[in-house]
Design a binder for this molecule. Structure first.
Ligand SMILES: NC(=O)c1ccc[n+]([C@@H]2O[C@H](COP(=O)([O-])OP(=O)(O)OC[C@H]3O[C@@H](n4cnc5c(N)ncnc54)[C@H](OP(=O)(O)O)[C@@H]3O)[C@@H](O)[C@H]2O)c1
Length: 233
């Protein structure tokens, strides 16, 4: 049976690369996108019988339940959830800006928890449910005082392990992906050259590999560095 995969933030960057890769490989897709009317032609041209473009904005308190409902209405099942949407702001430990911290906690930590809570009944039913959380190496280290993003990603990594334990008996497998800088809008402004960064297509290849693993294997966490960062050490 063809599997149905939900991907948040699928209009650009890593999410879009994953969407295109999974589409090429025959998956049915439910793409959560802040503004589905403004997507690029390559996403817009995908076969609408196989792809749902659904509005998903974490600012809307009903965003998660509405997206899940629309997915079930179209495909009647969910086999995988890629919690990918995220934001990156530079928030220093001494900054008096809780609003910025709350924004990152909402998008990066709490929204994936809400989505997972609502998707889990369907993922359990799948028998081969998969959750892939786009965490970050910022969940593994704090190398300066700009800690806001790391706080949100440390929390997300903790939640990812809890997701794994919550549904391990039901065939659901969960992986936290923890990459260094990936060549997307989020990272490229910090680099003069981007060819040595991890490319979003490489992340998409890893996601495809994870989705194709049997239930007998679990990779709870996968860290990957890029050559650019290696050169700094
Ligand atoms: N790039 C990196 O170096 C890197 C490294 C490690 C981990 N990550 C993580 O990987 C994930 C994807 O990052 P990326 O590099 O692809 O970033 P990106 O190019 O900036 O894309 C971010 C995606 O998240 C969506 N998004 C942001 N705020 C949202 C909200 N409030 N509601 C719904 N969607 C929202 C964006 O939608 P709009 O287009 O509407 O803004 C966009 O689709 C993030 O979780 C990020 O933290 C990135």
């Amino acid at each position: 049976m063809t599997r149905v995969i939900m991907i948040s933030g699928a209009n650009r960057g890593i999410g879009k690369a994953i969407a295109l890769k999974l589409y090429e490989n025959g998956f049915l897709l439910s793409l959560g996108i802040r503004n589905p009317d403004l997507v690029d032609a390559d996403i817009l041209s995908l076969d609408k019988t196989k792809v749902l473009l659904s509005s998903y904005n974490t600012d809307n308190p009903n965003a998660e339940s509405e997206w899940i409902q629309k997915t079930i209405l179209k495909f009647n099942k969910i086999d995988g959830l890629i919690n990918n949407a995220g934001i990156y702001n530079l928030l220093d430990i001494e900054d008096d800006n809780e609003e910025m911290l709350d924004d990152m906690l909402n998008v990066n930590t709490k929204a994936p928890m809400r989505l997972t809570r609502l998707a889990l009944p369907y993922l359990r039913k799948s028998g081969q449910g998969r959750i892939i959380n786009m965490v970050s190496d910022a969940a593994k280290k704090v190398e300066d005082s700009k800690v806001g993003y790391s706080i949100s990603k440390f929390g997300f990594l903790a939640a990812s392990y809890a997701m794994l334990h919550a549904a391990k008996k039901d065939g659901v497998r969960v992986t936290a992906l923890c990459p260094g800088f990936v060549n997307t809008d989020m990272a490229k402004k910090y680099f003069l050259s981007t060819e040595n960064l991890i490319q979003p297509e490489t992340i998409a290849d890893i996601v495809l590999m994870l989705l194709n693993l049997p239930n007998t294997v679990v990779i709870p966490e996968l860290s990957l560095d890029n050559v650019e960062e290696l050169n700094y050490r």
